[in-house]
Design a protein around this ligand. Structure first.
Ligand code: NAD
Ligand code: DAU
Length: 367
């Protein structure tokens, strides 16, 4: 049995990762550490109830004693750190908690792993640590002069992309905190020989994503005939990856990536926000037969401060070194995602009651 200690495993990508590991392998045990912030939801893991290979620990990655104890008690072979504050708009509103969790939490986890894994001779045995980072640490790219109607580059070969060697240039408090964490992970490797790897993925979408992020927010609002708030001109471009593809990439890099390296993860699914919103409108209307879901719901609202214009990942390294390929094209993944939200109204209802309404008012009223 191999033991993975996964942090943030009750969040969107973390819970998909835990479900992926335990759903595809019988040689793994998962210790799932999550502080259950507004973004953590044990309902995501309901199908694992009674599964002896899933152990949930309600704990904070900033808590030195709790992390040291978990590492001693469960002796994980691999640690995957998903735990983070992850929403850019919240980081603009309240940056401090992003520094606390994303930077100091990571430093604490690194410190505890190093202490637990040190073999006394400068080595760390076969242990491995994966830091789940983001393409946002690279900053923003320009939109190419010629783009397709969906926002993707008309001449992909002539467009610029984020490579692992692209200098870090974060703009938001969120991306600054993630970049800072990446520097600490690299420092642990370069200074102590700590066995770490970093993945930097583009925008994810799929089941269990909290409806503060673009895709689930637009699906949720469309179903309620609420306005669809598009920031600025809506021509910003993101590179969308179905969450299951990201989970397979993390599994591969965690076990087989070269230590000290960074691996970009993305599937060349660049789309403008307007294209995404229009696609959601037409797919939700088709799936529900609700003729009131039309483009009249779109409302352009005040732009996000410091809004990055375009992200685009070059995933060559992970493909060439580890043979990873994305399996779900955007047009397929978006249909699956909408179907999941339609089939899980209780999940949506639970996460959007209470505090979510206050968040929505604060973020969107009068914008
Ligand atoms: P999320 O906000 O859905 O989930 C974060 C999880 O971390 C929640 O379960 C939360 O309870 C937990 N958490 C927060 N603070 C914690 C703490 N101090 N201790 C323990 N647990 C804590 O986030 P997500 O979208 O699933 O993102 C997961 C990771 O992937 C993040 O590190 C994020 O930066 C990165 N990432 C996200 C995307 C994306 O598109 N969502 C893309 C690339 C990388
Ligand atoms: O690129 C990876 C990153 O993707 C992750 O590191 C982050 O954790 C994740 O939140 C995501 O960041 P973005 O800021 O790109 O995602 P978000 O869903 O918030 O926004 C996507 C785009 O849609 C962005 O250009 C802003 C725009 N937007 C978003 C919301 C919530 C709108 O136009 N209206 C909205 O209401």
């Amino acid at each position: 049995m191999k033991t993975f200690l996964v942090t943030g495993g009750a969040g969107f990508i973390g819970s998909n990762f835990v479900l992926h590991l335990l759903g595809t392998r019988d040689d793994v045990r998962v210790v799932n550490v999550d502080a259950l912030t507004y973004a953590g939801n044990l309902e995501n893991l309901a199908s694992l109830e009674g599964n002896p290979n899933h152990i949930f620990l309600h704990a904070d990655i900033r808590d030195r004693d709790a992390m040291a104890q978990a590492l001693t008690q469960y002796q994980p072979d691999v640690v995957v750190n998903f735990a983070a504050e992850s929403h850019v708009d919240r980081s603009i509103e309240n940056p401090g908690v992003f520094a606390d969790t994303n930077v100091m939490g990571t430093v604490n986890l690194l410190t505890c792993c190093r202490a637990a894994w040190d073999d006394g001779k400068g080595g760390f045995g076969d242990h491995r640590y994966l830091q789940v980072s983001t393409d946002e640490v690279y900053g923003a790219l320009q939109i190419p002069e010629a783009v397709n109607p969906d926002g993707s580059p008309a001449d992909p070969a002539g467009a610029t992309y984020f490579h692992e060697t692209t200098p870090l240039s974060p703009h938001s408090p969120y991306s600054a905190s993630k970049a800072s964490a990446d520097f600490f992970v690299r420092a642990w490797h370069d200074t102590y020989g700590f066995p770490s790897v970093i993945t930097r993925c583009s925008n994810n979408y799929g089941p269990y994503q909290f409806p503060e992020k673009l895709i689930p927010l637009m699906i949720h609002n469309a179903l309620l005939h609420r306005e669809l708030p598009v920031y600025g001109d809506g021509l910003n471009v993101r590179d969308w990856l179905y969450v299951e593809d990201h989970c397979r990439a993390i599994e591969l890099v965690a076990e087989h990536g070269r230590l000290g390296e960074v691996y970009n993860v993305g599937g060349h699914n660049e789309r403008s926000n307007m294209y995404i919103v229009r696609t959601i409108i037409s797919e939700v209307r088709q799936a529900t037969g609700d003729a009131a879901i039309t483009e009249n719901l779109i409302r352009h609202v005040t732009d996000r401060k410091g809004h990055d214009r375009r992200y685009g990942i070059a995933p060559n390294k992970i493909r060439e070194e580890l043979g990873w390929e994305p399996q779900t094209r955007f047009e397929v993944g978006i249909k699956k995602t909408i179907r999941w939200y339609l089939d899980n109204p209780e999940w949506v209802e639970h996460v959007t009651s209470g505090a979510y309404q206050q968040y929505y008012e604060r973020m969107y009223a009068g914008r």
